[in-house]
Design a protein around this ligand. Structure first.
Ligand code: NAP
Length: 238
């Protein structure tokens, strides 16, 4: 997502710096953050840690949010934009997905820091269908968990983040989703038809009734993007 946001901002004529460990900046230890933020008008937090452990997710997201907020304050950055996920505060969902507790802790750390933060919460991205199509495989058979979601193209979310940056001021939290509610298994089947016709997708129960039956569908969505899954799946540049 960070790369997509940079591309959108650069296409709109902004000068953009990329801060990641690959670029010598570690948001977890704080190393290099001050230099990276020097002279910036805005910082967009698209950090991620790949874990299912609630403890690791909470530690990573709360620490990095505190470090980013402190470095932004020191550097005089006027606006921090934090990318989160819709419904991370819903206990029916977060008790099944430890990672969500980390995202809730991230939002909490930003709020507690007093930094000028806008939280943009996104529904699941269409790209998740591809990840899950490849994650649990037995040869040509892909096992994909049932989840009712209202997914959105990652690139559309990047465009929203770029617009929030351009507004140059803190806004009330935004929730971004796509145009349709869909079961992830159906999305994986449709993507397989385009990208791997020999694959067979089998639906499995997944992460509990709340997640299966709409607990991830955002409530009070403020931006409903118009790009449909089938159109996204057929776009070679997606
Ligand atoms: N996937 C979804 O459907 C979805 C939906 C809504 C919201 N989100 C949120 O979107 C965010 C971005 O997700 P993504 O899939 O784009 O993540 P990603 O592909 O895993 O990228 C994470 C980025 O964070 C950097 N990073 C990790 N640890 C770092 C550290 N200690 N210091 C500095 N940089 C660090 C990584 O670069 P280096 O490795 O070089 O450091 C990488 O550039 C996440 O917070 C996620 O919760 C995702």
């Amino acid at each position: 997502m960070g790369g997509r946001v940079c591309a959108h901002l650069e296409a709109r004529g902004h000068s953009v710096g990329r801060a990641s460990r690959g670029a010598g900046v570690d948001a977890y230890t704080g190393a290099g953050l001050a230099d990276a933020f020097s002279g910036a008008d805005a910082v967009v937090d698209c950090l991620n840690v790949r874990t299912l452990s609630e403890r690791k997710a909470v530690q990573f997201f709360s620490t990095t949010a505190s470090n980013v907020a402190a470095a932004a304050r020191t550097g005089g950055v006027a606006h921090v934009v934090c990318l989160s996920i819709a419904n991370v505060h819903d206990p029916a969902v977060s008790r099944r997905i430890g990672y969500y507790a980390g995202k809730a802790a991230q939002e909490g750390a930003y709020r507690d820091s007093g930094a000028p933060v806008t939280v943009v919460s996104s529904a699941q991205w269409y790209e998740l269908a591809r990840t899950l199509l490849h994650q649990l495989r037995l040869g040509r058979i892909a096992f994909v968990p049932h989840m009712l979601i209202q997914p959105v193209a990652a690139d559309s979310v990047a465009a929203v983040l770029a617009e929030v940056v351009e507004k140059r001021e803190v806004q009330a939290s935004l929730i971004v989703a796509g145009p349709e509610r869909r079961d992830l298994v159906d999305l994986a089947r449709r993507l397989a038809a385009v990208e791997e016709p020999s694959a067979r997708v089998i639906g499995i129960p997944g992460l509990g009734r709340a997640v299966r039956s709409g607990g991830l569908v955002p409530r009070g969505t403020s931006v409903v993007d118009s790009v449909r899954f089938e159109d996204w799946a057929l776009r070679p540049w997606r």
